[in-house]
Design a protein. Sequence first.
Length: 198
Amino acid sequence: MTFSPSSSQPLLPPPPPPGLNYIAAIKPSLSLLMIGTVWSTMLIPLLAVLLFFSTRDLRRQPMFIMNVVSILAGLAIGMINVYLEVTAILYPLTQAKKSVFIPFVALIMYLPVFVDTILLIRLYVVYPPRTISWTRCLIVFGPPLTFKIVRVANLIVFLVQWNSFLQERESPLVAGQTLWGSQPWVKIEWFFQVFENL
């Protein structure tokens, strides 16, 4: 980065000609595109196996429906990721649409909570509250429910503050990168997710 002699403002490189992009701009988008595509396409055979090996009665169970919804949500995240990253590569001067970026981040943040709710339902099936004592019920279901409430509250605070921060910035990507290292929401979510899964 160079500075003009008359001012301390950095001189930014000119935008690339139409149809071209800088390697430095392509590299992070290409990495996220490859990672997101691989992970989301792995869900397609998983969905096929889930549908193929399930019976008609099993497909009516809430557990089955929630598993299908979580896989479809993962595929939706993958498709939105492809759209955002391809747009960033092909149209470097076009800002990501906030109307796409906000639901994308919300899906990414809330999908693990939803998947962990499936685990909570499995726990409910193994330990039906009507068959165990009140004390054991509190020991079995108290910690996961507490962690779930804390996680949802943390994510609500995150999305509200992130959305207001996003309205003050032109680029959602810059807003996300700025907040990622300076705010504790994601670390709090990961911390409580580990303990809830334990």
